[in-house]
Design a protein around this ligand. Structure first.
Ligand code: THU
Length: 137
């Protein structure tokens, strides 16, 4: 499978799971799909809550599904929403993605209308806080 085809597969998975997003407060449905190092795809959507800070992002759901399945490495991730320009992962999700991805990992950002942009984890989170800042164990 070539890279473009892989991107479309991931984006299609994100588009599909977005339909299940629970976003009654923002009305902003987001879908995310990630490919783990085994090649398996994990999906997530945003799940809001009446206590607003308890809501979770689509990316966090996809990461939780990956971890629950016993995988720990993200090779690519795609995010999609209905907005004028491709949706970008929020700051917290950038840190969550960086926990499990190399800086070179591809991030595909899309609109439901079909505008697609690609970037990398490193470009989304320059100067990332990582384990190198922690005292050695
Ligand atoms: N949201 C995501 O799920 N992912 C992002 O990267 C951006 C924001 C969700 C959170 C909230 O449910 C809604 O979009 C509006 O902020």
């Amino acid at each position: 499978m070539n890279k473009d085809h892989q991107d479309m597969t991931l984006l299609d998975a994100a588009r599909r799971v977005r339909e299940n997003a629970y976003a009654p407060y923002s009305q902003f449905k987001v879908g995310a799909a990630l490919r783990a190092s085994s090649g398996a795809v994990f999906v997530g959507c945003n799940v809001e809550n009446v206590a607003y800070p308890e809501g979770t992002c689509a990316e966090a759901g996809a990461i939780a599904a990956m971890i629950a399945a016993g995988e720990t490495k993200i090779t690519d991730i795609a995010v999609i929403a209905d907005c004028p320009t491709p949706v970008t992962p929020c700051g917290g999700c950038r840190q969550k993605i960086a926990e499990f991805a190399d800086g070179a990992a591809c991030v595909t950002m899309a609109t439901t209308a079909g505008v697609i942009q690609h970037t990398t984890v490193a470009a989304l989170l320059p100067g990332a806080f990582d384990a190198d800042f922690l005292p050695s164990q």
